[in-house]
Design a protein around this ligand. Sequence first.
Ligand SMILES: Nc1ncnc2c1ncn2[C@@H]1O[C@H](COP(=O)(O)OP(=O)(O)OP(=O)(O)O)[C@@H](O)[C@H]1O
Ligand SMILES: Nc1ncnc2c1ncn2[C@@H]1O[C@H](COP(=O)(O)OP(=O)(O)OP(=O)(O)O)[C@@H](O)[C@H]1O
Ligand SMILES: [Mg+2]
Ligand SMILES: [Mg+2]
Lengths: 252, 252
Amino acid sequence: PPRTLIFLNQKGGVGKTTSSVNVAHALALSGYEVLGLDLDPQGHFAASLGLEGLDPGLDEIFFEGVGLLERAQPARERLRLVPPGPRLPEVEQMAGGRERGWILQRALTQLKQPFDYVVIDCPPSSGLLAINALLATDDVIMPVSCDYLALEGLAGLMRTLMRVEQGLNISTRKYVLVTRFNGQRRLPREVRGKLEEYFPGQVLYTPIRDNVALAEAPGFGQTVFEYRPESNGAKDYAALAEDIRLRRVLEA
Amino acid sequence: PPRTLIFLNQKGGVGKTTSSVNVAHALALSGYEVLGLDLDPQGHFAASLGLEGLDPGLDEIFFEGVGLLERAQPARERLRLVPPGPRLPEVEQMAGGRERGWILQRALTQLKQPFDYVVIDCPPSSGLLAINALLATDDVIMPVSCDYLALEGLAGLMRTLMRVEQGLNISTRKYVLVTRFNGQRRLPREVRGKLEEYFPGQVLYTPIRDNVALAEAPGFGQTVFEYRPESNGAKDYAALAEDIRLRRVLEA
Ligand SMILES: Nc1ncnc2c1ncn2[C@@H]1O[C@H](COP(=O)(O)OP(=O)(O)OP(=O)(O)O)[C@@H](O)[C@H]1O
Ligand SMILES: Nc1ncnc2c1ncn2[C@@H]1O[C@H](COP(=O)(O)OP(=O)(O)OP(=O)(O)O)[C@@H](O)[C@H]1O
Ligand SMILES: [Mg+2]
Ligand SMILES: [Mg+2]
């Protein structure tokens, strides 16, 4: 079965989508078969890859039980993406009980095609969509931008995850990804230092530096590897994809 | 009655909280009585002002009909803040019909204390909390950070607001606030240019420049006017508060 990763953080603008796009493409470029799921009704994972984004997608998986492969669109060589679909916001109001949380997980077990990785981009919220992602995944990667408010939210997020997982009797491996790092500024260095201290063995080895190429690439529907392959953004995300693959973290 | 402003954008990390904090304090420093409402369960508006943030707040206004003043905490001279309260996330699942959208608006009409301004910080989502903010407000201010994904989301947000307002037969005045501006970079200049072009008469006059003081201040529980009053961040937010007060926009 594929290894499933989700980029999760209810704090906005910390780099969930930027990481989903560039880690998914880095893995595909390394020869792995990757399926991307755009779980954010905003559809930025799809848009960043240059896809139209208005087609039906995950909404039909939730509401009509359509198979993931039927709604997966070719995005790059070895990379397919299921867009959110126009009705995805309505999932949050879906009627039903506990089984609603397992819809995505069940859809993944029914995948006939072998994938090496599934990469899920989550919205900045914690409702039914986020629960579905959590119950479908092996690894939770929490991007944390190097500023105070993002750090402040992380402890609460970790506690919430532990509580939710205990209640559902599941467990995932959790990693912290340092994003928007700038080694010359005091606040980013302090935030990164605190993350290493509070989450020993969980902070992924490569921080993603602040790099304008990462912000510009989506405007062209390109990943950073296409838009500016020599940039720090491309180097950092290539290294990060390897960290994720090998589970390479900062030692305590 | 007070003039009510909401900082709204379902895109994350665009500066809703940073703007709520510093515009609210700028107005209080100019002599106006300001009531802040922290509608984000993450409680960052409260945290950025140095408040504890775990006390009951807006959750009791929604669930028990407690008055806003009873849960408002003194934050600064002429600035009080109602924190979210620990149960605010449960509001999204509240049972009931159309009347659920009007709870905040009704609570504001029942305010016995005269305030000049009410400043509401919204979460990066579009559920029942956002609807309550929309139905309670006069002005919607949409912070847009100078990057492609924030610009991409704005057109959709405007359309959604128009549709929601038509359905509820209300109307608000809508403004765009340019944030994280950096005049030396191409992408921020392009994004700002496009905003002026697509939204003539709606873009607030002063862009907020990228300024590290704005990111550092919350870590000390201070507004930028306390933390670094001579910074560009302080100058820009002081000018923006005047723009908001006078409805000063870029002409087409
Ligand atoms: N390392 C970086 N350097 C420069 N810009 C970045 C970097 N990471 C992300 N950005 C930019 O910051 C903005 C926010 O990033 P992104 O959209 O990936 O965050 P997000 O967590 O997915 O946001 P949301 O919570 O809205 O889904 C984007 O415009 C992106 O291009
Ligand atoms: N003009 C600016 N210059 C530098 N840093 C900024 C600026 N505006 C905001 N920031 C920083 O960027 C981060 C995101 O800003 P903020 O939390 O205000 O956005 P938000 O829209 O409220 O996010 P969310 O969607 O999670 O509620 C914060 O750490 C903040 O300190
Ligand atoms: Mg995103
Ligand atoms: Mg906020």
